[in-house]
Design a protein. Structure first.
Length: 91
C-alpha cells in the first residue's frame, strides 16, 4: 500500500487533496498543527467513513523535529506504506 503525506490538511483545499489521494488508493497521511488535532481527527474519520484509509500526523511542519517525527521509520513501518510527498504551501 502506498501513502501520500499531505502537509497542511485543513478544512478546504488540503482536506480535498487528502480525499483525492484516498480515493486513488493511497493512505492519506494528513498533517496539521497540533492545536487543530480535533479537526485533523475529524478529517481522518470522514475519509475512513467513506471506506478509505487515513492516518493523522499532528505537528508543525515549520519545525524540523516535528517533520522528523512524522517520517520516522517507526511511523512509516506502522503504516506499512511507501510515502509519496505532496506539500500544500500556504502564505
Amino acid at each position: 500500500m502506498s501513502a501520500a503525506l499531505i502537509v497542511g490538511a485543513g478544512d478546504a483545499t488540503g482536506g480535498a487533496i487528502a480525499r483525492a489521494f484516498a480515493r486513488e488508493g493511497y493512505t492519506a497521511c494528513v498533517n496539521r498543527r497540533a492545536r487543530n488535532v480535533a479537526q485533523l481527527e475529524t478529517l481522518v474519520q470522514s475519509i475512513e467513513a467513506d471506506g478509505f484509509a487515513a492516518k493523522a500526523y499532528p505537528g508543525d511542519a515549520r519545525l524540523e523535529e516535528d517533520v522528523i517525527a512524522m517520517v520516522t521509520p517507526s511511523n512509516v513501518m506502522s503504516a506499512r506504506s511507501t510515502l509519496r510527498y505532496s506539500t500544500l504551501a500556504r502564505m
